[in-house]
Structure formats: C-alpha cells, structure tokens
Design a protein. Sequence first.
Length: 314
Amino acid sequence: MRLAVYLPLLLPALAALAARPLADRLHPRLATWLLTVSAVALAAASSAALALLALAGLARLPLVAALGHWSARVMQRDDPTALWTALIAGALLTAAAAAAVRMFWRRIRILLAAAAEAACLPGTGEVVIMDDPAAEAYAVPGLPGRIVVSTGMLHALDPAERDILLAHERAHLAGRHYLFTAAAQLAAAANPLLRPLASAVAYTVERWADEDAAAACGDRRRVARTVGKAALASSRTGARSRFPATALGILGRHSASLRTAGPVPRRVAALLTTPPGRRTLPLAVAAAILLAAALCSIEAAHDFEALFELARLR
C-alpha cells in the first residue's frame, strides 16, 4: 500500500489546528455540526487506516496466508508495509478500539443516569428550583429533559436575565447538544489527536445556546451581561460541586472560577460583536480535509484489495 494509507493518520493533526478558527469564525450551529462530523469521520478514517496496515502485516504470516488461501510470498514481496509498522498499527488500533468502547459505555451509562435523575427531580414542570445559595443552572437531558436552577442563581439575576438563562438552557435541550459533545468525545477517545475538536464542540454548543438566547430576547449585549453576571455569581458562591456529568449549563463545562473560566470570556466577547456569518474559507478548509481523508481511505482500501487479488492468483 502506498502513501494514501498514512495520510488519514496525519489529517487529524491538521484538523486540530483548524478547530479553534472554525469555532470562532463560523456560526456556532454550523461549527458544531461541522466539527462533530469532522471528528467522527476522521476518527473512522484513521481507524480504518490502522486496520488496513495491521491486516497487511498479518496477511504476510505463512499460517494466516494458508488459512486465507493466498500467497504469503507475494504479500511479502509486493506489500511495502514493514512488519514492524503493521505491529505498531495493530497495537494502536487495539488501544483505540478499547478506548472508544470504554467511552461509549461510559456515555451510555451517564445518559441513562441523567434520564433517571431528570425523572426523579421534584415537581413535574420543565424548570426545577433548588434551594441552594450556590449560583448554579444547567440542563439535564432526559425524556423530557429538565432545567435545574438554584435560588442563588435566581437571586443573582434580574427577571429579564432569568429569562435569558432559561432560554439558554432550553436551547441545550431543544438542540440535543449533549449528543454532539458525546459524539466528539467518542471520536477523541478513538484518536487523541482529535481532542481539540472535542473541546471546540464543547465551546460551540454553548455559543449556539447563547445565540438562540440572543434571538429570543433580541439583545446580544444583555445576553453577554447575563453570562458575565452568572460567572461572577458562580465564582463568589463556590458552585459547580454537584454538576452532573452529562449536563450543560450557561457557564459551560469548566467554569469553577474566573481563573479557569476558559471559554466564558470568549463567549462574552463574541456576543459583543456582530453575529458570525457564513465564511467560505473555513468551510473550504474543513471540506478539503474531509475529502482528502475520504479519498485516501478509498484509495488505500482499493490498493489493499488489489494486493489480495494478486496474492490469490499466485
């Protein structure tokens, strides 16, 4: 097999460099879809490349060749893949598969636990008010999902800001943002080079909810002020100690204090500028990376099939 089989192993690194520019320059809904699909596609392409390399090395063994009725001599002569490369590919593929299965099972258990938690929350309404001085608010996915808001957060915001907060949390539930973050995390588990894409998706789903809240209230600056006030209130009251693993909140996943606020200042800054539009260049870059991964995977699979056909004829 030629160079085509190795390129899908390198493209995730290129995608990782493009993750933050895509998250900042595209509309968050489009960025979320694009980053999630890219992460899953690149994880699949890199796993396929590892599988082809591992199979090519395995096929060179005389015992395996005898069982498959092909020529081990032809495989050894015509396959440029070194045996040590195939062994490394097999080890990496095994590690990737184990990590992906572990992450998949973890996310399934978390989502089931979240659905059970949502069903067990007091009351029957969409919004659950918790008597807690710590300023907190988050959406718990379920059938249906629930929105949890603490009394500390309600006291920190005025009525209009409370409406913005609820609009933000409703956007998380309506957009099923937890599925995007779960898919991106699963892809990152299979290929650690894709972790920047998973982090970017965690940011863009919050931006998506921010934009939906801004559309609902008609005032982007008011939404930015609400996000900032919520972050300050959370920092002062020491919230986030009981944040559910699968929940999404107005402060994002990692906002325990202003020192670790991470995406919050970026979100506020984005809300204080004009809404992001459709940018041709970032879309073209992402499309080129995905197309290259697809074409390389197809070419590598074709080479692999041709090699086996040749080995069967000898």
